[in-house]
Design a protein around this ligand. Structure first.
Ligand SMILES: *Cc1c(COP(=O)(O)O)cnc(C)c1O
Length: 386
């Protein structure tokens, strides 16, 4: 094996559109390198137009956007926030930083998203918000979740890290709830190395969001000439990316539609090629509900319970294919046990997280490579039956 490229077929390969360095050179020539320059403005305008959100603010990560959401909702120690356990740590960590308690609810078997039917029974007098995670860029059942939130006076935050350019009933993910968070990490669909955005979908939160992002000051209003000096207004931090990052991101956003189409084509190829394994009862393929248009972010399979996942991954690895499992549930992780609380037992989370494999997914993957991955997976599941 070549140590710098140990896999013939890597799990991820960041895709560059070709314009990234041109735009970075423009930012360099302009000499405007800190945040909130012309590239940031362009990216934010694109996000607003694309999503219909009232406000889009670039951040240095989705983690930062989620931390901003927790500050914006003014969460405090004792408050509870409902969320899935099957998610990335930042979903919970951002709220735990404010002293709030993550309350973990089980996921649906079909989409692996928060099970909306279990949310109401997890609500207590301390509940303040529901954080939904659109796993693999497939939307949660938002109408039901929004109705529950309204009935109980809760805010809805969308961790749409994987959901850029996905839709629920025609609406862009991230712009459906009160606040949305995107990721432009190099493993996502649209990238800037590290990067993210906060979508603020309630006008009454917009001014405070700018303050939180600018170290707790009204510097954004000062730059627009709305105040004659800027001062410390509330707690905040530095959440904005530099113009170099925004310049890179602009090259990606310009081509976001075509990047999404190309990923969807790869996704469709996997999906068609894996019908037979599903028919034989060896795997289950992803389910896309009728109300959801996804973005091809991820292709995963759920192995039948009698198949040894470690052996399948090892088989793929020895054939040069880098496939990976995904989240270790938060409710049973050391920090989850200490800081969070499971609302009930989470049997679906425990079972499905242990049987899931993500297949290589990146623009540039060839039809031959996909056929090889499917053939290798097919061999793997046959020899890994317990
Ligand atoms: C990637 C991801 C994040 C974190 O995104 P960063 O930009 O790396 O901070 C958070 N939540 C989910 C669901 C993710 O997939």
């Amino acid at each position: 094996m070549n140590p710098t490229q140990p896999y013939a077929v890597p799990f991820n390969r960041p895709y560059m559109t070709g314009n990234e360095l041109t735009y970075i050179a423009q930012a360099h020539a302009l000499g405007n390198l800190a945040g909130d320059g012309p590239f940031t403005a362009r990216c934010q305008q694109w996000l607003k137009t694309q999503t219909g959100s009232g406000q889009a603010l670039l951040t240095h990560s989705c983690t930062a956007a989620l931390e901003m959401a927790a500050l914006l909702l003014d969460l405090r120690p004792g408050d509870e926030v409902i969320m899935p356990s099957y998610t990335f740590v930042s979903t919970a960590n951002a709220f735990a930083l404010r002293g709030a308690t993550p309350v973990f609810v089980d996921i649906r078997r079909d989409t692996l998203n928060l099970d909306e039917m279990l949310v109401e029974q997890a609500i207590t007098p301390k509940t303040r918000a529901i954080v939904v995670v659109h796993y693999a860029g497939v939307s949660c059942e938002m109408d039901t979740l929004l109705a529950i939130a309204t009935a109980h006076g809760l805010k809805v935050v969308e961790d749409a890290a994987q959901g850029v350019l996905s839709r629920y009933k025609g609406r862009e993910l991230g712009a459906v709830g009160d606040i949305g968070a995107y990721s432009f990490h190099e493993t996502k669909n649209v990238i800037s190395g590290e990067g993210g955005a906060l979508l603020v979908n309630r006008d009454e939160l917009a001014q405070q969001a700018e303050i939180i992002r600018e170290k707790g000051t009204d510097r954004s209003r000062f730059f627009r000439g709305e105040v004659d000096k800027y001062t410390w207004q509330s707690i905040g931090s530095s959440f904005l990316p530099s113009e170099l990052t925004a310049a890179f991101l602009w090259a990606q956003l310009e081509q976001a539609e075509s990047l999404t189409r190309r990923r969807l084509a790869l996704w469709d190829t996997y999906h068609a090629s894996l019908v037979e394994l599903e028919n034989r009862g060896l795997i289950r393929r992803p389910v896309i509900p009728a109300d959801c248009e996804h973005n091809g972010h991820m292709y995963y399979v759920l192995l039948a319970p009698d198949i040894d996942r470690g052996a399948v991954l090892q088989h793929l690895k020895s054939a040069g294919v880098h496939a990976v499992f995904h989240y270790v549930p938060l409710h049973s992780a050391p920090a989850g046990l200490q800081i969070g609380r499971a609302a009930a037992i989470l049997p679906v989370t425990d079972a499905l997280s242990a049987q899931l494999i993500r297949l290589p997914m990146w623009i540039g993957l060839t039809a031959e490579q996909q056929a090889y991955i499917v053939a290798t997976l097919t061999e793997g599941v046959s020899i890994a039956r317990k």
